[in-house]
Design a binder for this molecule. Structure first.
Ligand SMILES: [Zn+2]
Length: 223
């Protein structure tokens, strides 16, 4: 990761290069008989390093039936926890916030509606992972420009308080979507308000938490 960072330096010669987005596999869950990957994403922006979602770091009786196979951020020797400046939670389901406890002292941006629901609704998530001691949430109401060309955008659907991260530079844009879409066909043929909103942003790529590769608009959609 260090190498790709130096290649995409921040000098004037690279003014149009997008911030680097790196998927990091942190777990695999069993869902309907199939192994589903769980990714978090690191954005190397000139103004800071942003982590989108934190995955899981431990098993829990509530999700034993998903037989979690874990490769937590805290056990990945090439992942620099202290190098993260900002954490974003797309939403607070257990597989997206289970590593929040690793980032005490780092602001964790989440939509206020999402935080309210996670702290009040039964069976919403593993609440003790949301409420881990020392985690400093920054509740957000609506769209927020977090860094230059890097926005948090509410995308209701998967949960009421879901948000995505939109990264824009030089006419290109990439979305990190969490579970606003879980499968590619949900972006090919959007159903929820959040999915339609992602398509309206016309991104070049959309990274999903549970897919190995980013979704891209197919050329036939342009017709
Ligand atoms: Zn998920």
């Amino acid at each position: 990761m260090a190498d790709s960072r130096t290649e995409k330096g921040e000098g004037p010669g690279n003014a149009v290069s997008m911030p680097t987005i790196t998927p990091v596999l942190v777990a695999e869950l069993l869902a309907e008989g199939e192994r589903m990957p769980v990714y978090v994403h690191v954005i190397d922006h000139p103004e800071g390093r942003v982590l989108v979602d934190t995955g899981m770091t431990q098993v829990h009786p509530a999700v034993d039936d998903m037989d979690p196979l874990l490769t937590p951020l805290s056990e990945q020797t090439d992942f620099d926890l202290a190098g993260i400046d900002i954490v974003v939670n797309t939403h607070l389901h257990f597989d997206h916030c289970g590593g929040n406890h690793l980032f005490t002292g780092t602001p964790v941006y989440v939509q206020r509606a999402e935080l309210d629901d996670a702290l009040s609704e039964e069976d919403y998530t593993i609440r003790e992972w949301v409420e881990a001691p020392g985690v400093q949430y920054v509740p957000v109401d609506g769209t927020l420009e977090l860094l230059r060309g890097l926005r948090l955008v509410p995308t209701p659907g998967h949960t009421r308080g879901s948000q995505v991260v939109l990264v824009e530079k030089g006419g290109h844009s990439v979305v990190i979507a969490g579970d606003t879409a879980v499968f590619f066909d949900e972006l090919d043929d959007p159903r929820t308000e959040g999915q339609r909103l992602i398509r309206a942003l016309a991104p070049d790529e959309v990274w999903l938490s549970h897919q190995h590769e980013p979704w891209r608009p197919s050329s036939e959609d342009d017709a």
